[in-house]
Design a protein around this ligand. Structure first.
Ligand code: HDD
Length: 703
């Protein structure tokens, strides 16, 4: 709110004999001008001096009557709200959902009726285990929570980037989360499952096995939020205008394809840029490269449920895309960064029970429990039942009800009547035809604390997942198990995990046992239900078996020095940008370099702040002198050593060789391209579409 400018008396004050300086010499005062508004208190009172508290004399005590000081500190003291117990570390953005294919046949949900129509959306991505300040590249499941502001109210699809979960019944969620987060006595490790308590719990909970295979895969170290799939996880219901119900699983398919980093890279990214994922999302939206996903649905009926060998109410199971194809029906585009992180991303309140007419729950016991937990948690976190009054949580459609009062109430019902029915004709009334009705699923049975029989199959789909991976991905899974279990101090826990792996895949179990140096192979854990053998591998479960649709959205790091060959540099920059790659110049000094043609080239990173782990592929273009100099610089040597070890595509000019020699790297495999002329740049970029040169990986791993 702009206020008229006030004239401020900036002269120093005379006190007794002494002349007292205002502020630290007066120069810190920045006074309001015609274009800057007047600073006020929360009550709107203009503030004359924001540098000094009110004191009795220059060297005397601060006075309690300083209402501006007290209000400012009071508010500051209350700035924090409790962070989320899980998914504390997250990042959000605004966008829209556009329907591309009508689902009217299956659901009366307004959002699924008319292709071409859009609704507003807010999405928050997150890690699960780490606290709010933890690094982005922790090995962890990513939350993929979507709020869709439909014309019939808010629909929240609170999913993850993995289609299954650790547990089957919500009653185990507190135990699972306690075991996963920092151990309670020592308060470490942060944002890691690589510790005894996590592996103790999951190895005593065999229903976690399928999820363990997923979290040990590269899915838990995504390259960025933009390259992740999302899943609603549970089976939901769709209900059409005639009241007919179908079952549905929701998928988000990224337009840029799925991509992950490698573990050693993730570890180093966490040091180089702990905000790697949030920075990536912010920057791409700011640059107009809007991240996009397609909404996919797997729709199936009771007949499928009857013949499917697993229970569709079990959140530790998937339905393979080969069994029920994913039909793409809409697109989600994130096109606007938040104005304020706290106001929007921190205060957004997703609730699984936020659902709209035409969509319904199933009896999945994990989903049923979540429907209690999310509402409850928002009250604790946001401190008032009126959290729906916060703009990011408020519906965009008209709403009217008689709920009133409570902390921070902002839209109480108007007029005399705050109840219905009332004789005054005041306020809203129910809408029997268009209002939300639950699907009248017949339910009966004795009260029991049991799980359905098929829930006891803990291994079959874990085997199917593992066998659907390429060899490289299988090696990554094995390495991840060995890494995590090597951080587990208790031998019996390591052995117990291997005993479960023997029910998944004998080769994997043997490799993990060998990687851990176990002297004897533990017996296989007795399965609660005999696993189904011979499930067909599903290509959709692999990242690498599904080639990327485009190079766009990837990032190229170009290490340069003064005198770098200008023709090659220009070709790299132009051709890469034409392919939709983002290019960053990494130089010895942030001021940039002068290339061979005498032109200044600005840098985006100084070499010690722009390690190659931040890029999908790298180019090294140096002069003779530059190569000699960078050969002596440890961070430049790391740049090429890491690019090589992480199986990245590397291009370089002949003059750069001394740097490679100093880094003990011989860039002679097919993943490396020597650039002699601009034409070679095209060859290099063609190779880059594979993202990594995987054959190299086996040559750089000995244990
Ligand atoms: Fe949960 C947050 C996803 C099981 C209880 N969960 C939360 C978020 C996501 C998920 C993405 C972050 C939302 C945001 O960005 O604000 N959770 C899942 C998925 C699950 C799941 C995909 C299994 C299929 N969650 C689950 C269970 C319970 C909870 C079984 C409790 C019984 N989840 C919570 C919570 C959180 C939460 C404690 C923490 C902060 C919040 O809700 O808003 O209520």
């Amino acid at each position: 709110m702009d206020q008229p400018n006030q004239a401020h008396d900036m002269t120093d004050v005379t006190y007794g004999e002494a002349k007292v300086l205002r502020g630290s010499g007066g120069e810190t005062h920045q006074t309001a001008t015609e274009s800057t508004p007047v600073l006020t208190t929360q009550q709107g009172v203009p503030v004359a001096d924001d540098q000094n508290s009110l004191r009795a004399g220059a060297r005397g005590p601060t006075l309690l009557e300083d209402f501006h000081f007290r209000e400012k500190i009071f508010h500051f003291d209350h700035e924090r709200i409790p962070e989320r117990v899980v998914h504390a570390r997250g990042y959000g953005a605004h966008g829209f959902f556009e329907l591309t294919d009508s689902l009217a046949e299956y659901t009366k949900a307004d959002i699924f009726q008319r292709p071409g129509e859009r609704v507003e959306a807010f999405v928050r991505f997150s890690t699960v285990a780490g606290n709010k300040g933890s690094p982005d590249l922790a090995r962890d499941v990513r939350g993929f929570a979507v709020k869709l502001y439909t014309k019939q109210g808010n629909w929240d699809l609170v999913g993850n980037n993995i289609p299954v979960f650790f547990i089957q019944d919500a009653i185990k969620f507190p135990d699972f989360v306690h075991a996963t987060k920092q151990e309670p006595d020592r308060a470490f490790p942060q944002a890691q499952t690589a510790h005894d308590n996590f592996w103790d719990f999951v190895s005593l909970t065999p229903e976690s096995t399928h999820m363990l295979l997923w979290i040990m895969s590269d899915r838990t170290i995504p390259r960025s939020f933009r390259f992740m799939e999302g899943f609603g996880v549970h089976t939901f219901r769709l209900v059409n205008a005639e009241g007919k119900s179908s079952f549905v699983k929701f998928h988000w398919k990224p337009k840029l394809g799925v991509q992950s980093v490698v573990w050693n890279e993730a570890v180093k990214i966490n040091g180089a840029d702990p905000d790697f994922h949030r920075r990536d999302l912010w920057n791409s939206i700011a640059a107009g490269d809007f991240p996009e996903w397609e909404l996919g649905v797997q729709i199936f009926d009771e007949a499928f449920v009857e013949k499917f060998p697993f229970d569709v109410l079990d959140a530790t199971k998937i339905i393979p895309e080969e069994d029920v194809p994913v039909r793409r029906v809409g697109r989600l585009v994130l096109d606007r960064n938040v104005d304020n992180f706290f106001q929007e991303t921190e205060q957004v309140a997703f609730c699984t029970q936020n659902i709209v007419p035409g969509i319904d729950f199933t009896n999945d016991p994990l989903l049923q429990g979540r429907n209690f937990s999310y509402l409850d948690t928002q009250l604790k976190r946001l401190g008032s039942p009126n959290f729906t009054h916060i703009p990011v949580n408020a519906p965009r459609c008209p709403f009217a009800h008689f709920q009133q009062d409570g902390h921070m109430a902002m839209h109480n019902p108007k007029g005399r009547a705050n109840y219905e029915p009332n004789s005054w004709g005041l306020g809203p009334r129910e809408a029997p035809k268009t209002g939300y009705t639950s699907y009248p699923e017949p339910v009966e049975g004795p009260k029991l604390r049991v799980r359905p029989e098929l829930f006891a199959d803990h291994y079959s789909q874990a085997t199917q997942f593992y066998q659907s991976q390429t060899e490289i991905e299988q090696t990554h899974i094995k390495n991840a198990f060995v890494f995590e279990l090597s951080k587990v101090e208790t031998l019996a826990i390591r052995e117990r995990v291997v005993s479960h792996l023997r029910n998944v895949d004998e080769t994997l179990a043997l490799q993990v046992a060998d990687g851990l140096g176990l002297e004897t192979l533990p017996d296989a854990a007795p399965p609660a239900r005999k696993p189904i053998t011979g499930l067909k591998p599903s290509q959709a479960l692999s990242i690498l078996a599904n080639p990327l649709p485009t190079l766009a959205g990837r990032k190229l790091g170009v290490l340069v020095s003064d005198g770098a060959p200008s023709e090659l540099l220009e070709a790299v920059m132009d051709l890469a940008r034409t392919e939709g790659l983002m290019v960053e110049v990494v130089a010895p000094k942030i001021g940039g370099i002068t290339c061979s043609a005498g032109k200044r080239v600005p840098a985006q990173q100084k070499v010690n702040g722009g390690p190659s782990v931040l890029y999908d592929a790298v180019v090294v273009l140096l002069s003779d002198q530059g190569a000699q100099m960078l050969a002596k610089e440890a961070t430049a040597r790391d740049f090429v050593t890491d690019a090589w070890a992480h199986a990245k595509f590397i291009a370089f000019n002949a003059a750069a060789q001394p740097l490679f020699q100093a880094a003990c790297v011989t860039p002679d495999d097919d993943g490396c391209t020597e650039l002699a002329s601009p034409g070679d740049v095209t060859k290099f970029l063609q190779k880059c579409s594979a993202v990594r040169f995987w054959p190299r990986e086996a040559t750089v791993q000995a244990v």
